[in-house]
Every structure is written in structure tokens, then in C-alpha cells.
Design a protein around this ligand. Structure first.
Ligand code: HEC
Ligand code: HEC
Ligand code: HEC
Ligand code: HEC
Length: 218
């Protein structure tokens, strides 16, 4: 009879059914442990990675570059957040079709170009929580310091190579492309025919340049 033929198999299956919970617990336990270890490992790594690309703010750069800092602090870019306040640059705002009585300090339409690292790790969030990242600071032009400061660049390694620092995201020397992230016709203050003369602008506006002590290569 076909039924008899299948009987041993049914018994076998029944036996297996009883054993699965035993194996199941052990296997499931191991799988859970592996997944947990993997998640922990990957999260730890991505966290470290993000932390390295963090914006550190101009006060950090000042510690070792006081002369560039003092000079930069006097530029219009260093103070470019304040022009978003009501009552500032009244005539210019009227000409650009903006309301001079309006407070633009929290406006998404303005903040990306008038602050540093907006939306990025360690970058500008709001004037209340991250006042040090208001305005166009060092890292807008030189890249986020978290990756190169005290790793490649530091007082204990003053002869580092620019090429190595660049691998750690130092932007040096900043090129025209860096400026054009903000100096483009999306600014309400410039027309579509906006011309940005890089050479002239570098002379006018970043900071005074001081001769470095060491050769860093190209
Ligand atoms: C702990 C000290 C220290 C800090 C903090 C620091 N730097 Fe430096 N940096 C140095 C030293 C040392 C040099 C090489 C100086 C020399 O050759 O005279 C240097 C050189 C540079 C150079 C020239 C690079 C080259 O390859 O020629 C730039 C640009 C620079 N730093 C930008 C920054 C910025 C931006 C910050 C802040 C995010 C910063 N540094 C923070 C120590 C520091
Ligand atoms: C795409 C980047 C960008 C955006 C967005 C932007 N700006 Fe600007 N803003 C600039 C740049 C660059 C300049 C300097 C222009 C120049 O001199 O070449 C500037 C200059 C200004 C000035 C000075 C004008 C003068 O003639 O002195 C004011 C005020 C200003 N912006 C306010 C605002 C306000 C308010 C908003 C939002 C409604 C805004 N900006 C959005 C990039 C931007
Ligand atoms: C994060 C955005 C941003 C970047 C990057 C940027 N700028 Fe600016 N820049 C501005 C804003 C905003 C102003 C207007 C400041 C104000 O008038 O309050 C400005 C103003 C200036 C001024 C002053 C204009 C004047 O007539 O005095 C000069 C010069 C200048 N930038 C040069 C540069 C150069 C050169 C670079 C690249 C190496 C650069 N900028 C990169 C946003 C930026
Ligand atoms: C608007 C862009 C811009 C900003 C903001 C800026 N820099 Fe620079 N930085 C430059 C340019 C352009 C050079 C010159 C590169 C070259 O020689 O071609 C430079 C050069 C340097 C150098 C090399 C030595 C020198 O004096 O030329 C150091 C160090 C430096 N910057 C540090 C800083 C620090 C610190 C800050 C903030 C306090 C800062 N920079 C802000 C654009 C900028």
C-alpha cells in the first residue's frame, strides 16, 4: 500500500519537527549574534568616517594660523552672515527685489552661501546652535578640517606633503571652482551675466598670504 510506503518518511518528518526547535534556537542565536556584531562593526566604522570629515570651525584653525585668521576676520566673507539681518544693506536688497525689513537669517534660500558647511557634519545648523559656522569661514575654501587637522597637518608634523593633506580633503590651493559654489548667478544680488574674475577676487577677498616655513610639494 502506498500509505505504508510513506509511513517511515512521515515518522522521520515528525522526528525532525521535534528537533527543529532545538537546532533552531542555537542557529537563530548564532545568526542574531553575527548580525549584531556586523551592525556594530559597520556603524562603528561609518561613525569614525563621518567624524573624520567633520567641520571644526575657524577657532581651531586660528590656534596655528593666527595671522591668516586675523586677516580673514576683516573680510566681507567672514561677516557675510550679518547682511541677512533686517535693516542691513537696505538699498542693495531693494535693488535685488528683496524686502529689507525681512529677517533672512533662517531662510533656506540664503543660508547655504552665507554660512559654512550647511547640512554637513559639524557645519552650520542655525545661528542659535552653531554661531561659529556663520559666514564664509576657512573650511568653505579649504575643506573640512576634521579629516586633515592633527592627522596629516599639525605642529608635530609641520613638513607634511600637500598631496597627503589633499587625500585627507584639504583643498589647497582653492581653485575657481571652489568659489563658484557660491559666486554664481543663483545669488539674488548678481545678474545672469555675472562674471567672476578669479585672479582679481583672490587678491581682494580671501585673506592676506604669508610665506610658509616649510616646503610642502605640489
Ligand atoms: C595644530 C596646528 C594646526 C591646526 C589646528 C591647523 N593647521 Fe594648517 N598648518 C599647520 C602647519 C604646521 C602647517 C605648515 C606651516 C608651514 O609650513 O609654515 C599648516 C599649513 C596649512 C596650509 C598650507 C598647506 C600647504 O600644503 O601648503 C593650509 C591651507 C592650512 N594649514 C589650513 C588650515 C585650516 C583651514 C585649518 C583649520 C580647519 C588648519 N590649517 C588648522 C598646522 C595647523
Ligand atoms: C548661490 C549663493 C548665494 C545665495 C543663495 C544667496 N547669496 Fe547673497 N551673496 C552671494 C555672493 C557670492 C555674494 C557676493 C556677490 C559678489 O560681490 O560677487 C552675495 C552678496 C549678498 C549681499 C551683499 C550685497 C552687496 O551688494 O553688498 C547681501 C545683502 C546678500 N547676499 C543677501 C542674500 C539674501 C538675503 C539671500 C537670500 C534671499 C542670499 N543673499 C542668497 C551668494 C549667495
Ligand atoms: C560658501 C560660499 C562662498 C565661497 C565658497 C566663496 N565665497 Fe566669496 N563671498 C560669499 C558671500 C556670501 C559674499 C558676500 C559677503 C557680503 O557682502 O557680506 C562673498 C564676497 C566675496 C568678496 C568680497 C566682494 C567685494 O567686493 O569686496 C570676494 C573678493 C570674494 N567673495 C572672493 C572669493 C574667492 C576668491 C573665493 C574662492 C577662493 C570665494 N569668494 C569663495 C560667499 C562665498
Ligand atoms: C574665500 C576663500 C578662503 C577662505 C575663507 C580662507 N582661505 Fe586660506 N587660502 C585661500 C587661498 C586662495 C589661498 C592661497 C592659495 C595660493 O597660494 O594659491 C589660501 C592660503 C592659505 C594658507 C597658506 C599660507 C598663506 O597665507 O597663503 C593658509 C595657512 C590658509 N590659507 C589658512 C586659512 C585659514 C586659517 C582661514 C580661516 C581663518 C582661511 N585660510 C580662510 C582661500 C581662503
Amino acid at each position: 500500500m502506498p500509505d505504508d510506503k510513506f509511513k517511515p518518511k512521515e515518522d522521520l518528518q515528525a522526528g525532525l519537527h521535534e528537533q527543529i526547535p532545538l537546532y533552531g534556537w542555537v542557529v537563530a542565536g548564532i545568526v542574531v549574534l553575527i548580525i549584531a556584531a556586523l551592525v556594530y562593526y559597520l556603524r562603528g566604522h561609518s561613525y569614525e568616517h563621518v567624524a573624520q570629515d567633520k567641520f571644526v570651525g575657524p577657532a581651531k584653525c586660528k590656534e596655528c594660523h593666527p595671522k591668516q585668521y586675523e586677516s580673514w576676520a576683516k573680510t566681507r566673507m567672514a561677516n557675510s552672515f550679518s547682511v541677512l539681518r533686517p535693516g542691513e544693506k537696505v538699498a542693495e536688497k531693494k535693488l535685488a527685489g528683496l524686502d529689507p525689513a525681512m529677517d533672512y537669517t533662517h531662510s533656506e534660500a540664503c543660508i547655504p552661501c552665507h554660512t559654512t558647511g550647511y547640512g554637513l557634519v559639524g557645519g552650520f545648523v542655525s545661528i542659535e546652535t552653531t554661531p561659529n559656522m556663520a559666514g564664509v569661514t576657512c573650511e568653505s575654501c579649504h575643506g573640512p578640517g576634521g579629516s586633515y587637522v592633527n592627522t596629516v597637518m599639525g605642529l608635530d608634523k609641520p613638513e607634511f606633503k600637500t598631496a597627503d593633506a589633499r587625500k585627507a580633503r584639504l583643498v589647497y590651493p582653492p581653485t575657481e571652482e571652489v568659489c563658484r559654489v557660491c559666486h554664481n548667478s543663483k545669488s539674488p544680488f548678481v545678474g545672469v551675466d555675472y562674471k567672476f574674475d578669479f585672479v582679481e577676487r583672490v587678491k581682494l577677498g580671501t585673506h592676506e598670504h604669508f610665506k610658509l616655513k616649510y616646503e610642502h610639494g605640489n
